[in-house]
Design a protein around this ligand. Sequence first.
Ligand code: COA
Length: 322
Amino acid sequence: MESKITAIAVYAPEKRITNSYFQQFIDTNDEWIVSRTGIRERRFAADDEFTSDLCIKAAKNLAAENPEIALADVDFIIVSTTTADQVMPSTASQVQNGLGLTNTGALDIMSACSGFVYGLVLAKGLIAAGTHKKVLVFGAETLSKFTDFTDRTSCILFGDGAGVALVEPSEKARIFKVVTGSDGSHGKDLYLSQNNNIVNGEQIDANGKIHQNGKVVFKWAIQTVSSQIIKLLAINSMKLEELDWIILHSANMRILEGVANEINYPIDKMLSSIEYLGNTSSASIPLAFDIASKAGKIKQGNKVLMLGFGGGLTFSGVIVEI
Ligand code: COA
């Protein structure tokens, strides 16, 4: 059984945080942040607003924007997040309960910024296996609750938000072949831990905040993402020119520019959510999709390559026809 994405919707919290906010407690400025990252604003969830709340609001937006879709028929929920409400119960179970869905499986996945695309890969597999017919794939984060606001190299990057895609069976393949991968030897270069353990032979900081070796991740991202785009096109027997859009995880505008340069692809055909939402990890790809759809850029029949990359380090990519 083949599959397709039937709809995508999002939710971004109301609280807008401009770059000047950070000047209250770290040595930084708008010019540095915009020129080094492309970020002008990000949203922060309210103190009593958690990742499952953002997911539920995104799913309600999906139902409101697509009245023909009956959420009651959803039979599997996947939530990609590195900022779960808690370790147990899963965020997916809280979303299931919050939406009042009674006939669905629920599963969290944790592959950080590549997680939304990993979710699409799993949804495609469930539908191909014939076991499920209506899968909600969420990418959602409340990174602001896990940000180290004393670290000026990372705190300016992160924002909160959620996106959801509905994946259903299709007569013709509209989610094509995928790439997935992991390089755990870089685990210590991007982590969030509450366990005082050793990762890649090094003692990590168990303060429950995000730690990042920005330069290492930056270099790895440009090299890995560029080579995986080429591989993804090859396994699908497609040419770069056949793609209408590329949506990479919005980590940093300079990473997107680096990849565009490396593969010789026009930067204006790379969609992102970085400028006004910051780096929202799992949520960045559906957020970029939604912004571009509402701006009339993505149209029915378009071919879109989506590729997430991040903590693990991990990556996952897919080409879809809308
Ligand atoms: N404001 C002002 N100056 C800052 C700053 C800030 N917020 N953060 C760092 N700086 C300073 C540094 O201290 C350094 O100063 P120095 O030269 O006097 O030592 C200088 O700016 C350059 O720092 P550097 O770390 O080289 O900046 P960079 O260009 O590598 O940008 C990141 C830093 C984090 C934005 C960048 O490395 C990055 O985006 N990495 C990848 C992030 C990513 O993809 N993460 C997630 C994958 S999911």
